[in-house]
Design a protein around this ligand. Structure first.
Ligand code: ARG
Length: 288
């Protein structure tokens, strides 16, 4: 065992990178249907509290120097606050979602329209996919989740749209129904020849996917079931600052050991809809 001092000196120096995000104020947030195990329509929700908690995340991004765009919330679409599902954007090209559940399908045209009017090369999908909820860019490769929402065929489609390698990962635990609930990319910018730092919850994946992850990312942070269960992995990183749930204590310590700077934001109200920090954040990777 190394001493705490040794661990601190051994931690790599991390750099914060400027990020561009799309968010949606939860003005119409409620839980009046259930499409994931977290959603219980019988339990009360507090829209004002959702807005207040969300505002803290928004303010923190701005304070960190990031640029945050807003899309107008649509009445009747309480899940629109989870903008991660609104698309997947690389180099100024936006791949539009096609939601699995009917309750969210009306969000897709609104996101497509937002991308178009903001100058993104907007690609309409043929396959069922839920955007950055299931697609995460790790260095050059796209990690793609399936099992609950995005269809396997969307992995081929997303690979064609962006001309990149796609690594399929199969989710097996219904609580972790989107890839971004079970895996997070810590280094949004990766030097050539380097591997992106990631963290994940091994048990959320089938055995074959666990093997793929272990082989490709031998240095990944493996989080405990306890931290996974409070959506600790549903986090947003700029390469140095990592915004996580205050309940993910073990993950917080793991991040510090690796030289990251965990910042805590409580989105307990939005967890009633089965979403957290990352779900409320869509990364806009603009054309260079
Ligand atoms: N209630 C939403 C749904 O089930 C939550 C989406 C969470 N988003 C995410 N990127 N994991 O679709």
């Amino acid at each position: 065992m190394s001493t705490p001092e040794a661990a601190v000196t051994a931690a790599p120096v991390r750099t914060a990178h400027h990020r561009h995000y799309l968010m949606c104020k939860p003005s119409h947030f409620t839980v009046n249907y259930s499409i994931n195990p977290w959603m219980e329509p019988a339990n009360p929700t507090d829209t004002a509290n959702a807005v207040a908690q969300w505002q803290k995340l928004y303010d923190l991004y701005v304070e960190l120097g990031h640029e945050v765009e807003l899309i107008e919330p649509l009445a009747g679409y309480p899940d629109m606050v989870y903008t991660a599902n609104g698309g997947f954007v690389i180099d100024g090209r936006a791949y539009v979602p096609s939601f699995y559940y009917e309750q969210r399908q009306g969000e897709a045209p609104a996101f497509a329209e937002w991308f178009r009017t903001h100058g993104y090369d907007t690609v309409l999908p043929e396959e069922i996919n839920e955007g950055e909820g299931d697609f995460l860019l790790a260095g050059d490769v796209i990690l793609a989740g399936t099992g609950f929402r995005s269809a396997g065929d969307s992995h081929r489609e997303v690979s064609e749209v962006f001309g990149r390698e796609v690594v399929t990962l199969t989710l097996v635990d219904p609580r972790f129904y989107h890839l971004d609930t079970a895996l997070t990319v810590l280094d949004p910018v990766v030097e050539e020849g380097q591997t992106a730092g990631i963290a994940y919850l091994p048990h959320a994946f089938d055995e074959a996917s666990q093997k793929v992850l272990a082989e490709r990312f031998p240095d990944a942070i493996l989080v405990s079931d306890e931290d996974g269960a409070v959506f600790g992995l549903n986090s947003a990183s700029d390469g140095y600052n990592v915004i996580i749930s205050p309940r993910a204590k073990g993950f917080e310590a793991q991040l510090r050991e690796r030289g990251y700077n965990p910042l805590l934001i409580d989105l307990s109200e939005l967890l009633l809809g089965g979403g957290g920090i990352k779900c409320c954040t869509l990364e806009l990777r603009d054309a260079k």
